[in-house]
Design a protein around this ligand. Sequence first.
Ligand SMILES: Nc1nc2c(ncn2[C@@H]2O[C@H](COP(=O)(O)OP(=O)(O)OP(=O)(O)O)[C@@H](O)[C@H]2O)c(=O)[nH]1
Ligand SMILES: [Mg+2]
Length: 316
Amino acid sequence: MLRRLFGIQETKTQDDLKIEESLQKTRSGFLGRISTIFQENEITEDLWEELEETLIAGDVGMNVALDLVEKTRLRVQRDNIKATKDAYLVLKQEMVRLLAAETPLHIDEPRILTVVMVVGVNGSGKTTTIGKMAYYYRQKGRRVLIAAADTFRAAAIDQLKVWGQRAGVEVLAHAPGADPGAVVFDAIRASQESRQADLLIVDTAGRLQTKFNLMKELEKITRVAAKQVHRAPHEVLLVLDASTGQNAISQAKHFKESAGVTGIVLTKLDGTSKGGAVLNIKQELGVPVRFVGTGEKIDDFAHFDPVAFVEGLLGD
Ligand SMILES: Nc1nc2c(ncn2[C@@H]2O[C@H](COP(=O)(O)OP(=O)(O)OP(=O)(O)O)[C@@H](O)[C@H]2O)c(=O)[nH]1
Ligand SMILES: [Mg+2]
């Protein structure tokens, strides 16, 4: 029913099923109780209160929880809805609206060379995500190249190469300690000339000595890319660890300010019961979730779909 309302196909895609499966822990927590709230016979004040409490307990931030309940309640009143199952559908629709992106994902647009920068704090899952993303797009027929611009640690370069091998994608790297801007410069050259790549994914460092240095470094990489390729980087994806719940959001604000983030990759959705926090991201950060990491394997990766996410969060 939800799918019909949003005009998407009834049969779930592979990506949808991955999202649903990864939300199992979240669903068995507080948010899984929402369906029971809507099994009551009547729509009462108690129902709205219980819904509000459950959303908050399920890691949906206070503001978004209040907002969701208010919007749902108003629509239920306005449309004179009497059946609880119809009110439940309105709630789901409002959740989808909260998650939906207003702009297209630039990676999927045809372009001679698309440059994607991946940023985020240490351990959030950047390198793993790049390996998965490279594989994902290679499967779709894209010619992918990875740039190792996290030159801070030798181990980071090696780890990226391992992922490149798994994905069947070449990794362009310099020696540890090299200038990340120079790595990106060479990688763009290589994409345009010898490697003929149409998608370049850039790994960046999670932490330098200071946050100031890190931001300067990200800005420099951005400038290098912008000089060589029109409108590059076309996408700056911030990787957030879903298991840190609300913390992930405050962390993200730091990056958003200086790195020009255009979208979020949410990792480790499979390992957390705090998936409800995802509902806050767009409102709090002003950028949409674009991809999710649903496990540690190379194909545990999906395009984020708001409808699939809401179905996974609450059950069908
Ligand atoms: N369960 C699960 N684990 C994940 C996922 N994505 C990443 N991980 C794990 O998270 C850990 C950190 O991942 P990395 O990719 O090394 O993180 P990073 O951001 O590159 O870290 P630094 O380079 O140290 O800044 C690894 O153990 C990954 O296996 C996911 O979607 N699900
Ligand atoms: Mg890394």
